[in-house]
Design a protein around this ligand. Structure first.
Ligand code: PGA
Length: 252
């Protein structure tokens, strides 16, 4: 069965010292649960986080990686670099990267392949803008994003992928998708994976919801059968709130 995955996405917040303080506090209040807890920290904070979380089962991830193994790519971070700091996951194709840094379905697909090749779990972000939702193209668009991200990925490897449905209009806005809206799209995502890889594999893929998830709405969202976890921005920056969401997932 799928184990809930609650992932924090710190975005461009916290210096290494602030990250260390967070992790020290977090490990004190975090209780061992049946939920997988993951922190996706800025690359420069990973070393501090990995030191401060040693001996716990709290996992670490990056927010982005480059698809080439190494080379003249100023400012980029390689998969080997983040793996050396203890990361088992990386977010790929977050809407902020698509919007501000030119990430496309094609680069997302390359990153998914590179991550899987290196044994890293990609958290593939998909989701529609408000305009696209109002135009009524959400389902087609998300289905296409999922297909493009997984293009050429083998059935054996796709099980290692996490897919996060993050409606762009719900990210950082305080406007959460209703449980019904989130469930509808997450079910479509699983149906898309089923169509591509069959029912058994579709059942094993972890699908998250992200977009203003917080302690007050986490339980209802996580109770939906096709929502296996959350990708949490703002509410993952405070250890108390993040723990509350993990505890809510543990009840489901
Ligand atoms: P938010 O961000 O929880 O602050 O809306 C979610 C995300 O961007 O992953």
């Amino acid at each position: 069965m799928r184990i809930p995955l609650i992932a924090g996405n710190w975005k461009m917040y916290k210096t290494p010292d602030e990250a260390r303080v967070f992790c020290e506090r977090f490990r004190e209040i975090y209780k061992d649960t049946d939920v997988q807890a993951l922190i996706c920290a800025p690359a420069v904070d990973l070393s501090a986080c990995s030191d401060a979380l040693k001996g716990t089962d709290i996992m670490l991830g990056a927010q982005n990686v480059y698809f080439e193994k190494e080379g003249a790519y100023t400012g980029e971070t390689s998969i080997d670099m983040i793996k050396a700091l203890g990361c088992g996951f990386s977010i790929v194709g977050h809407s902020e990267r698509r919007q501000y840094f030119g990430e496309t379905d094609a680069t997302v697909n390359k990153k998914v392949h590179a991550a899987l090749e290196a044994g890293l779990h990609p958290i593939i972000c998909v989701g529609e803008s408000l305009e696209q939702r109002e135009m009524g193209v959400t389902m087609e668009l998300v289905g296409m994003q999922v297909k493009a991200a997984l293009s050429g990925v083998s059935a054996e490897k796709v099980r290692k992928c996490v897919i996060a449905y993050e409606p762009v209009w719900a990210i950082g806005t305080g406007k959460t998708a209703t449980a019904e809206q989130a469930a509808e799209v997450c079910t479509l995502i699983r149906a898309t994976v089923r169509h591509l890889y069959g029912a058994r594999i579709a059942r094993s893929v972890t699908i998250q919801y992200g977009g203003s998830m917080k302690p007050s709405n986490a339980a209802e969202l996580l109770a939906q059968p096709d929502i296996d976890g959350g990708l949490i921005g703002g509410a993952s920056l405070k250890s108390g709130e993040f723990v509350e969401i993990i505890n809510a997932a543990n009840q489901e």
